[in-house]
Design a protein around this ligand. Sequence first.
Ligand SMILES: Cc1cc2nc3c(=O)[nH]c(=O)nc-3n(C[C@H](O)[C@H](O)[C@H](O)COP(=O)(O)OP(=O)(O)OC[C@H]3O[C@@H](n4cnc5c(N)ncnc54)[C@H](O)[C@@H]3O)c2cc1C
Length: 502
Amino acid sequence: MSSVVIIGAGLGGLFTGAILAKEGFSVTILEKNATIGGGLQTFKRFGETFDTGMHVIGGMRPGGNIRKICNYLGITDQVRLQDVDDDCTDRLYFSEDKQFYTLAKGKEGFVNSLAAYFPEEREHLEAYVEAVLALTDQVDLFNLRPSDGASRLFAHSDSFMMAADAFIASHVENPKLRTILAYMNPLYGGRADQTPAYIHAIISTLYIKGASRFIDGSSHFADMLADSIRAHGGQVLAGDGVAWIEVNDRQVDYVRTKSGRQYTADYYISDIHPCTLLRLMDEKAFPKSYRDRLDSIPNAHSAFALYIKLKDGTFPYLNYSEYCLTRYEEVWNFSRADKPWPLGFLMMTPPSSHPGPYAHKVLITAPMPFEMVSRWENTTVGHRGADYEQWKQEQADKLLALIEEMHPGFSDCIEAVNTSSPLTIRDYYGAKDGTICGFSKDCHNIALSQVPVVTKVRNLLLTGQNNNLHGFCGVPLTAIQTCEAILGPNYIINRINACNES
Ligand SMILES: Cc1cc2nc3c(=O)[nH]c(=O)nc-3n(C[C@H](O)[C@H](O)[C@H](O)COP(=O)(O)OP(=O)(O)OC[C@H]3O[C@@H](n4cnc5c(N)ncnc54)[C@H](O)[C@@H]3O)c2cc1C
């Protein structure tokens, strides 16, 4: 039996571990935090459980790609999900002209909902949705289609590697509608003239097909994956991170944890940010050119979050997400530190296993460039100083003022507010610059930002959000690639498809 040590029990480490454990590997996952899950982690405040990095997910509706992977792992029945409303999947608010837009699910629903505001663009919208779906269809991995490894992600049409903003502009004319079609770009770290159209298409497709949200928080999903690994004889060990990786002659010999335990295996897989990984080994382990290349890739922005406990019976439960955007023309600028903050945020009332007309809590995630907190970058959790606390309060007040604009009277519904900043994300996940979705992709230089799962250290592989796609709909797909780098091309894809056909 081959053995594997995985560094990090985030979504990527757990999916990779669950697949390899099912395929007969002896799997050990080492996690630095006391709680496993990375972005799937939840925490308790004011008697409520709050999600940290997994609010809206795609791919879990019947027939969805991530659901098919869960079917293969035998865990689908245990996942507790609530689908968002079909006739209102997302509600957008632009403070610039105080206008709301409601979006609906499905090809027709999506087109009809937007054509109600922009009737002259109906035909353009129809063509746009078809183009989005067609781009997504070109990605073999997303569609769990066997292919030869090299072309799996990049079977191009001309628009595949267009910049996403240019792709949208090539279909619709109204500048406001162009902005609306890009509303979710902060979730994938979108940048004007850089993010490839295929990334926009994949995320848009998931939204058009209908998103879901975890009931009572996302941590149960991490626990299920860990249980699946343990059921196959593996172990998931929390609270003792990897502090050193011994590499000799392009081969990992062992990893050593903070407490001094040593682990050896046939394969080592890293689920942590590649730049963080390289700091855990001797400089000579990798060529300088590789280190420089990784250091030079920009990371997607980070986020500032509000975790709000509501007074009982004061604010309705909303079975959809709300997106606030301040200015139409800034929709692609969430990563830019030279812009005013906030440019917008995601607002949601998470679903509960005790549903009712009222919400108990509200989550606000506002994209924020890391530069806004860099003056405290050498501080640690709980020791950042009074000026940092005051700064956080000021940012929270800016967000609360916008929420009050969207929902007059909201401030009277608040019982308590907790905040987190890009430093929180950096320190809890070990993500460089507190990035919420890893390396930014650049359509003008995709070879630079596309980091392969195999490395020059023969028995060290990568997994997680920094390779290929981020988030719930992307990281499990990269886990397949990582496993297939060991087991052979299409091995896991074929196993997943066979299981879903039977
Ligand atoms: C605020 C926020 C909101 C988000 N919202 C969404 C959303 O709504 N939908 C969506 O699909 N995606 C969302 N994302 C993105 C999503 O959370 C990530 O893409 C995904 O969780 C990344 O998984 P990962 O396994 O690559 O990395 P991570 O989840 O970061 O896992 C890495 C793990 O490695 C551990 N680790 C680090 N260093 C070490 C070490 N030395 N030794 C051992 N372990 C170590 C970390 O503690 C962590 O558990 C959001 C992210 C953030 C931050």
